[in-house]
Design a binder for this molecule. Structure first.
Ligand code: IMP
Length: 197
């Protein structure tokens, strides 16, 4: 079976491949296709965006497609940046711009009130009428400064309650065991195992 990852994000591709590569599936990415659009994420939910991305790539490639959409939800600021996590600081911004804006917005929020959660929704489109949807969550808090050099996005300011480590201090395998995307991927992996049996 072939499976196309409906993303241009190389960081996500690394994490997804690390978990799914044990399956008897040929995982394809945008690099194997001449035409592979950057799907506009204009829906107002993670579910909506993930399904839109997976469906468009399924239509274009004619192969099963998998997309994830992730948001970081911070309690103290009404769940922001949420579904707008990738463009929190504006259009065409860097990961660092988004992290800086979040730290700025949270400058007055004391320790103990900085809880946050990552949520990932994964949609797998097998055919026009066969869709699977799963989600994963990871709870933590936003630190007051960056720590660690691994990972991407908000990883260096997202800390885990039990260890006090940031996601950016974890190797990809460690992050995958507990992260939002890792948890959603474990669920989709079970579904793919059944499909490929
Ligand atoms: P997307 O819309 O699913 O691409 O994700 C929205 C934004 O959330 C990305 O641009 C990243 O900044 C951030 N993000 C997604 N996944 C992660 C993660 O695993 N760690 C840290 N930040 C992430």
């Amino acid at each position: 079976m072939k499976l196309v990852l409906a993303t241009h994000n190389k960081d996500k591709i690394t994490e997804i491949k690390a978990l799914l590569q044990v399956l008897p599936i040929n995982i394809l990415t945008f690099q194997e296709f001449v035409r592979f659009p950057d799907v506009v994420e204009d829906m107002d939910t993670l579910e909506g965006n993930a399904e839109k991305k997976a469906r468009e790539i399924f239509k274009i490639t004619g192969m099963p497609a998998l997309a994830d959409d992730t948001g970081l939800f911070v309690d103290a600021i009404n769940g922001e940046p949420g579904v707008f996590s990738s463009r929190y600081a504006g259009e065409n911004v860097t990961y660092a711009d988004n992290r800086e804006k979040l730290l700025r917005e949270m400058a007055d929020i004391p320790d103990g009130k900085r809880d946050a959660a990552f949520k990932t929704v994964i949609v797998l489109i097998m055919s026009k009428d066969e869709k699977y949807i799963v989600e994963g969550r990871c709870e933590g808090y936003i630190g007051v400064e960056e720590k660690g050099t691994k990972g991407f996005g908000y990883d260096s300011i997202f800390y885990l309650h039990d260890t006090g480590k940031s996601f950016a201090e974890l190797a990809v395998e460690e992050k995958n065991k507990i992260s939002h995307r890792g948890r959603a991927l474990q669920k989709i992996k079970k579904i793919l195992e059944k499909i490929t049996k």
